[in-house]
Write a protein that binds this ligand. Structure first.
Ligand SMILES: *Cc1c(COP(=O)(O)O)cnc(C)c1O
Length: 428
């Protein structure tokens, strides 16, 4: 799949080169193919493409050359076999799930995940007749209890936003394998440079590319990547009849019998991208390509700066506690060492100020941290969850999310950490 002739390049090199072999003008920067549709050389070519006898451009809802570069590059960097992109991370997660589960089925998901995904699972999927059941990410024995014959996916986040919890991925995928269920890991916060889900048995990884891959808060996108060899788990698996019986909506195609083609990804395109259409724009794909090229450098810096700031906060007498997996005091520090490259923990941290008023004072008086509900930007962000992102929750829900009136959450950007520390010190 790679356009590179030799294999065994590092992830970082792949992030700069994979998937692009120069167009006819030999532009070094990947061109933006801002086109909705494509000319077929002749009718035979057209017919073969529609019949999936040859893969190629048909219409930009289902495929575009700029998008294809990012698609290949992302799959290579993550160490997967095939990737499909969507307009946003939310769309990617919806597609990843409905490609496996339909009315009457259920999925199981971790209690510590992104709020938008939780609402999608608990409320939106229900309207489609798909039940979503929760398991406790900090107590994996709770997972097997909610699995049954109709369970089609196990979903969790490798490093969760906003709880900053790290999953015991191997323990989860061991249970998934035992039952022949597909596991899906949202790897947005970790990025492929800190954590490689496929190395620990995950079947599908999903990303909000809007965050660290873009890195500058300038474009949205989502990615769904399947591991190499996923076909073997799907072929003949009674849990997944949609892949093993003829699909009337696509000339009676049986996805599990497409030979070498990635059956999960192909169905994602022909069923979901084609018929629902939350496709990424070529321009956004191009912006995300620029971001991916520097992701390794950036995520290292985000992580190293966050650790420095976490240590500063931990040493400050007015701060009651600091939550960052890179700190030895953190309950996830052991899992971080097991699963994350060089024990780097990405850019999210939270802390408890002395009081509600003290937390408000910090948020309102920092000069460099912007009060913004996002993560992964090159600029540092600050939020007071109690009065914003988590204000709709009940007291019990706040407790389980670890939110109090004095909690402050930071997404550490790429400014000099010494300036960020000075800025915080002034307001504490
Ligand atoms: C932001 C985010 C999403 C949703 O992605 P969008 O690109 O905003 O649609 C999903 N998962 C995680 C972990 C996120 O941080």
């Amino acid at each position: 799949m790679a356009n590179l002739k030799h294999s065994n390049f590092t992830q970082n090199t792949l992030a700069l080169h994979a998937g692009y072999n120069y167009d006819s003008q030999r532009t070094l920067s990947v061109p933006i193919y801002q086109s909705s549709a494509y000319n077929f050389e002749n009718l035979d070519v057209a017919a073969n493409r529609f019949a999936l006898k040859e893969l190629g451009n048909i219409y930009s809802r289902v495929g575009n050359p700029t998008v294809a570069v990012l698609q290949t590059r992302l799959a290579e960097v993550e160490g997967g076999g095939f990737a499909v992109l969507a307009a946003t991370g939310a769309a990617a997660i919806f597609y990843a799930i409905v490609n496996l589960a339909e009315a009457g089925d259920n999925i199981v998901y971790s209690n510590k995940i992104y709020g938008g995904t939780q609402v999608l699972f608990a409320h939106t999927l229900k309207r489609f007749g798909i039940e979503a059941r929760v398991f406790d990410i900090d107590n994996i024995s709770s997972l097997e209890k909610v699995i049954d014959k109709k369970t089609k996916a196990i979903f969790f986040e490798s490093l969760s936003n906003p709880q900053i919890a790290i999953a015991d991925t191997s323990a989860i995928t061991k249970i998934a394998k035992k039952h022949g269920i597909i596991s899906i890991c949202d790897n947005t916060v970790a990025t492929p440079f800190l954590h490689k889900p496929f190395d620990f048995g995950v079947d599908i990884s999903v990303h909000s590319l809007t965050k660290y891959v873009n890195g500058q808060g300038s474009a949205m996108g989502g990615g769904i990547i399947e591991r190499k060899g996923l076909n073997e788990l799907i072929r003949g698996n009674k849990r997944y009849p949609a892949f093993n019986t003829p699909d009337e909506s696509y000339h009676g195609i049986v996805y599990a019998e497409l030979g070498e083609l990635p059956s999960y990804g192909i169905r994602l395109i022909t069923e979901w991208l084609r018929n629902i259409g939350a496709s990424i724009s070529p321009f956004n794909a191009w912006l995300l390509i620029q971001g991916l090229e520097t992701l390794e450098l950036r995520i290292k810096q985000h992580s190293d700066s966050a650790l420095e700031i976490a240590k500063f906060l931990e040493s400050n007498k007015k701060i009651k506690s600091v939550f960052y997996p890179g700190l030895k005091s953190n309950p996830y520090n052991k899992l971080l060492k097991k699963y994350f490259a060089n024990s780097r923990a990405s850019g999210l941290l939270s802390f408890e100020a002395e009081s509600f008023e003290a937390a408000q004072k910090i948020c309102n008086n920092t000069e460099l941290f912007s009060i913004t509900a996002n993560i992964g930007d090159s600029k540092s962000l600050i939020i007071h969850p109690y009065s914003t992102t988590h204000s709709q929750l009940s007291k019990a829900e706040m407790d389980s999310a670890g939110i109090t009136p004095s909690t402050v959450r930071l997404s550490i950007g790429l400014e000099s950490p010494s300036d960020l520390i000075k800025d915080l010190e002034r307001t504490i």
